[in-house]
Design a protein around this ligand. Structure first.
Ligand SMILES: [Fe+2]
Length: 288
């Protein structure tokens, strides 16, 4: 029987995001539901599903609905060799075994960034499923990068025409700017337009972040730093941000082409464990 989805979308904030009601992610979604959710992601940038009880295979099946999973991206990753999902689902956690983190990005604050801006084909989306969360902090902030671009003055928009940025993932630094003068052969890095056109919805989005964007190519260092600092005022504007307070069983999928995200600090003695999978992406073209 071809079941038509009855899905309700409830806004999460004035800035971006919707909660999705009426979908059981443990069941195979079916084509009609997958299309509705994929279109909702392009339109709303963040989808939240509450009270989900998901296996790793459920989580990977969801990635299929949005274009297929990418292999895990983290260079630091410790999963059991016999876990069939270890290549495609990573752990974001501060749990340690023999003093070493069993996952990635274990501790504390994490500055705003796009997942995947440091590779040539940036991921379309990230899927994060909360297993255990601290009582305080460890929230995820999501920022609407279409709005950040729209808010720029005409003069700033004009300055960004044709500009390309260098983005660096240096996993040593999670709450500080990447150093553009470091040896790039030792870190993952990629260049993308400062303003990208979203491949699915055609909208212009600012594609810079304080954690990963190290330099605007073709400008003297001082001029690049000044312009980036000016742009970061817009990308961290409160009015474009939704703050997600995690509950166990939350699954959030977010669009990495039209948003950035950050993590607030949390106590080192409280456990935070989330499962992360990635939806593969494509090259991004300049919007201006
Ligand atoms: Fe991230």
């Amino acid at each position: 029987m071809n079941r038509q989805p009855k899905i309700t979308l409830r806004p999460l904030s004035a800035a971006l995001g919707v909660e999705v009601l009426g979908v059981d992610l443990r069941a195979s979604l079916g084509r009609a539901t997958a299309e509705v959710l994929s279109a909702a992601l392009d339109e709303h940038t963040i989808l939240l599903f509450r009270d989900q009880d998901l296996s790793e295979s459920d989580q990977l099946r969801l990635a299929d609905a949005f274009g297929g999973p990418s292999l895990r991206s983290r260079p630091v990753h410790k999963r059991a060799e016999d876990n069939p999902y270890a290549e495609k689902i990573g752990l974001v956690t501060n749990i340690r075994k023999d003093g070493k983190p069993i996952g990635s990005l274990p501790d504390g604050e994490l500055w705003f960034h796009h997942d995947g801006s440091f590779i040539d084909l940036p991921y379309r989306a990230t899927i994060l499923y909360a297993v255990e969360v601290p009582e305080i902090g460890g929230h995820t902030l999501f920022a609407n990068m279409y709005q950040a671009y729209d808010d720029l003055s005409d003069d700033l928009k004009q300055q960004l025409g044709g500009l390309i940025c260098l983005n660096i993932f240096d996993h040593q630094t999670t709450a500080g700017p990447a150093d553009p003068d470091q040896d790039l052969s030792a870190v993952r890095h990629a260049r993308h337009p400062a303003v990208v056109r979203h491949p699915n919805n055609g909208r212009a989005a600012l594609y810079v972040s304080p954690l990963l964007t190290a330099r605007i190519e073709g400008l003297p260092r001082q001029e690049s730093d000044r312009l980036l600092a000016e742009l970061f005022k817009y990308t961290s504007n409160e009015k474009i941000i939704y703050e997600h307070v995690w509950r166990p069983g939350d699954l959030v999928i977010w669009d990495n082409w039209g948003s950035t995200h950050a993590r607030t600090d949390f106590p080192a003695d409280q456990t935070r464990l989330l499962r992360r999978s990635i939806v593969k992406g494509q090259a991004l073209e300049a919007a201006v």
